[in-house]
Design a protein around this ligand. Structure first.
Ligand SMILES: C[S@@+](CC[C@H](N)C(=O)[O-])C[C@H]1O[C@@H](n2cnc3c(N)ncnc32)[C@H](O)[C@@H]1O
Length: 272
């Protein structure tokens, strides 16, 4: 904090660097697998002949395409409506291509290459997800309220966001503000949900935590830049690495150091 105080903001990650650094980061972490398993379980628990899913900040479909494929099943008994929203057009184009490659007439796909704030989404949904995307919206309560207005009776909003903690505190210190606001973490999501989900037909479920770990070594610039959501200078990189090493714990099997980076699952259910 002392190193950054009064210093000019570090540059953020442009969309291409972000995608590359994101890939490098995910390859070191078991968080994506934990998230995929959690969401697959949640979606599978919903019986019925048809299901509609809205994914906000859907990215390129790395997470969503296998989830939707799992929903379609082999017997073709289920129809699925999937809507993906993401301002990064390269990602939504890739997602649409990958969904198209599933080549299933029971799947209807729609993508919007724009922010959630301006996405013209119509219809109602059984499940609405924000997986690691609530950090970036200008106003969490407004984003939650818009999502809740699109839930079917019995439908649920599922928001996955990391808590502050060893890793995300570094984002608070290093990352440039996004459109004038900081990144919103799990506590901010809880506050936004409490503000937006007050109506009697909405129920806020207890928060669940998925305990994920990031393998720190071998250290690369992409992984460290993604951890702090900024392009680090060599001096700042050394300090970030020291912080991460101090938070790391040895894996009992391999002895290699891993940094805890849990993710919280927030849910709002629209009562039937
Ligand atoms: C960390 S990625 C997560 C992507 C995907 N959900 C996944 O887990 O693979 C965050 C995504 O949120 C998107 N995003 C940023 N600001 C957004 C906004 N205002 N509305 C919707 N999505 C946004 C980014 O373009 C990015 O693709």
């Amino acid at each position: 904090m002392a190193e950054r105080r009064g210093a000019p903001a570090l540059p953020g990650l442009d969309s291409q660097t972000y995608a590359r650094a994101h890939l490098a980061f995910e390859s070191r972490s078991d968080q994506r697998r934990l998230i995929a398993e959690h969401l697959a379980g949640r979606l599978a628990a919903r019986a019925g002949q048809s299901i509609s899913v809205l994914s906000v900040g859907c990215g390129d479909g790395t997470l969503d395409v296998p989830l939707i494929q799992g929903l379609l099943g082999a017997d073709g008994a289920r129809s699925v409506r999937y809507v993906g929203v993401d301002p990064y057009e390269t990602a939504t184009t890739e997602l649409a291509r990958a969904m198209g490659a599933l080549d299933d007439p029971a799947l209807q796909v729609e993508t919007h290459s724009t922010t959630w704030e301006s996405a013209p989404v119509s219809g109602t949904f059984d499940v609405i997800t924000f997986v690691h995307s609530m950090y970036y919206v200008p106003d969490v309560a407004a984003a939650v309220a818009k999502a809740c207005s699109l839930l079917r009776p019995g439908g649920e909003l599922v928001v996955l966001s990391g808590p502050r903690g060893a890793m995300n505190t570094l984002v608070d210190i290093c990352a440039p503000p996004i459109d004038g606001h900081p990144q919103w973490f799990s506590d901010d999501v809880a506050a936004g949900i409490a503000e937006a989900a007050a109506p009697a037909h909405l129920e806020v479920a207890p928060v669940e935590r998925l305990e994920a770990l990031l393998a720190l070594e071998p250290v690369t610039h992409d992984v460290l830049d993604f951890v702090v959501q900024a392009r680090l200078t060599p001096e700042a990189r050394e300090l970030v690495l020291a912080c991460l090493r101090s938070a790391a714990v040895p894996d009992p099997a391999s002895g290699r150091f891993e940094v805890p980076h849990p993710v919280d699952v927030h849910r709002v259910v629209r009562l039937p």
